[in-house]
Design a protein around this ligand. Structure first.
Ligand code: ADP
Ligand code: MG
Length: 241
């Protein structure tokens, strides 16, 4: 399948990306021969059954793991052959991660949780700006246990974007949320993508997201099984929060 956007515009580029866990009879072919270009500023949604390879793909793109074979690059930096230190720098400087579980520090306030990142980033936004982007300024002095699941996830998003990453990678950010709350969280991610131009790749089962994405990529059995471009992407004003 032809990789979608022009290679010049790609911020991420994968070629024949393959990841095998284990070896011999116990080998698991998590990802096989995946070609993918992701354009600067694009909003990509990954859909697929459990075990299809979505997290493996996202982890390779985010420098959390390296492929068994194939090439992967961020701009002109190869990630496939990078050492641990280079991958750590890549993640620290360029990637914001959001996972299903929020991983907030319970003894710190909302603002302090975000400050953990802004204190060490090279060019962070002010904590309150990050909290404003997820509409949580009124809760800045609260503790995570005083927030709903959806609010906690929005804090995790604020924490991920406060360092102004090039990439926002989200692995089932709505997995622990009900449908309506999940939709709100996805709308926050879509809004950040549009307002800040952050390239976003989101794994989700929440069908509401498809209308917000530039491309929906279906993953099946470790391969890209299909790519859909929604006819018209909704603008932030059409999103409903
Ligand atoms: P998804 O995120 O789509 O549910 P994953 O990328 O997590 O899928 O997993 C793809 C396949 O790789 C699955 O069969 C899974 O069991 C396997 N897998 C994932 N991580 C590991 C690992 N660390 N060791 C062995 N097998 C793994
Ligand atoms: Mg997964």
């Amino acid at each position: 399948m032809a990789p979608a956007p022009a290679a010049e515009a790609a911020v991420l580029r994968a070629r024949a990306l393959t990841k095998t866990y284990g070896s011999g009879d116990s080998a698991v072919h998590a990802l096989s021969d995946v070609d993918l270009d992701v354009a600067q500023g694009e909003f990509v949604v990954l859909l697929g059954a459990s075990g299809s390879g979505k997290s493996t793909l996202l982890n390779l793109l985010g420098g959390l793991d390296v492929p068994t074979s194939g090439e992967i690059s961020f701009r002109d930096h190869s990630l496939a052959h990078a050492g641990d230190d280079a991958l750590t720098m890549y993640r620290r400087e360029h990637v914001g991660f959001v996972f299903q579980f929020y991983n907030l520090i319970p003894s710190l306030t909302v603002a302090e949780n975000v400050a953990l990142v802004t204190d060490i980033a090279a060019d962070p936004m002010p904590v309150d700006e990050a909290l404003g982007l997820v509409a949580l300024m009124p809760r800045r002095q609260h503790f995570p246990s005083q927030l709903s699941g959806g609010e906690q996830q929005r804090v995790a998003i604020a924490r991920a974007i406060a360092k102004r990453p090039q990439l926002l990678l989200c692995d089932e950010p709505t997995g622990a949320l009900d449908y309506a709350t999940g939709k709100l969280v996805l709308e926050v991610i879509a809004r950040i993508n549009q307002d800040l131009g952050t390239t976003a790749i989101v794994i989700t089962h929440n069908a509401a997201i498809a209308a917000m994405a530039d491309r929906v990529i279906r993953v099946a059995d470790g391969r890209i099984a299909g790519i859909e471009k929604p006819a018209r992407r909704l603008t932030p004003s059409e999103l409903s929060w």
